[in-house]
Design a protein around this ligand. Structure first.
Ligand code: NAD
Length: 255
């Protein structure tokens, strides 16, 4: 029960990796706030998280909007009094080759993935500092470290998340705020399944992704979430400003 008496805020908590983490945090004793733009999915996720008996609530947020992020933080504080850990999972993936996409494609992914990370951490870090510290896990991707084909804007957004997180770890370590970054490979989550569904042969596209990993399969959201819990917990009390690849060794072996 590593999170007993701890308050954990999870953006993107309605789905995929965020939801898997919310369930694990709740099982380990945390009070959990699920924050997401998708209200219906958020309410459904909340009832799953509450099954463990943990105190939990859902907050509707658009992480691209500073006022909405401020309201998310205020609601969390009003309900639970502090934020011990933040898992910032919310994000989008919209593939597209430079010559096939427009400015809106850039604005949407940079706004949600990169500006959203800026706003959420800008909202949460002062609260943690005021309460003597905390732990933050942000979400980049293997795509933040290497250039996969036909995804320049997603790759740029996730490279930005990686270095923004490291820069903030440098600035706030002194005030006992630890910030680490996860870089997942392909995960069997609604995000990736929706992207695969748009390809001409979804089964073949999935098989190709699986074949490229050393374990010959996609990750489950829980496999990613277990690493998130480690980084957020006191087990990682001396791990800071670090990024960790969770990709079955694929990127390491390709280098
Ligand atoms: P998902 O689509 O299942 O969950 C993402 C959640 O973010 C959704 O519930 C969505 O509603 C929420 N969201 C989107 N825009 C938002 C906004 N403006 N405000 C608030 N919430 C918003 O996806 P997932 O696979 O769980 O992905 C989680 C994170 O992991 C993302 O940042 C993604 O880029 C990253 N990631 C995913 C994979 C993968 O293969 N699935 C791989 C590497 C990194």
């Amino acid at each position: 029960m590593r999170f007993r008496e701890r308050v954990v805020l999870i953006t993107g908590g309605a789905s995929g990796i965020g939801l898997a983490a919310a369930k694990l945090f709740a099982q380990e004793g945390a009070s959990v706030v699920l924050a997401d733009i998708n209200q219906a999915a958020g309410e459904a996720a909340l009832s799953q998280v509450q099954e463990s008996g943990a105190p939990a609530r859902f907050v509707s947020v658009d992480i691209t909007n500073a006022a909405s992020v401020a309201a998310m933080v205020e609601t969390t504080l009003a309900e639970f009094g502090r934020i011990d850990s933040l898992f910032h999972s919310a994000g989008i993936f919209e593939p597209g080759r430079l010559t096939d996409v427009d400015e809106r494609h850039w604005d949407r992914q940079i706004n949600i993935n990169l500006k959203g990370t800026f706003l959420v951490l800008k909202g949460v870090i002062p609260v943690m500092v005021a309460h003597g510290g905390g732990s933050i896990v942000t979400t980049a991707s293997t795509a933040g470290l290497t250039a996969f084909p036909d995804n320049p804007v997603y790759i740029a957004s996730k490279a930005g998340v990686l270095m923004l997180s490291k820069a903030l770890a440098r600035d706030y370590g002194e005030q006992s705020v630890r910030i680490n970054v996860i870089c997942p490979g392909p995960v069997d989550s609604p995000m990736l399944m929706q992207a695969l569904a748009k390809s001409s042969d979804a089964a073949q596209a999935r098989q190709m992704l699986e074949d490229r990993t050393l374990l010959k399969r996609l990750a489950t959201p829980e496999e990613i979430a277990r690493v998130v819990l480690f980084l957020a917990s006191d087990d990682a009390s001396y791990v800071n400003g670090e990024h960790i690849l969770i990709d079955a060794g694929k990127l390491t072996m390709n280098k």
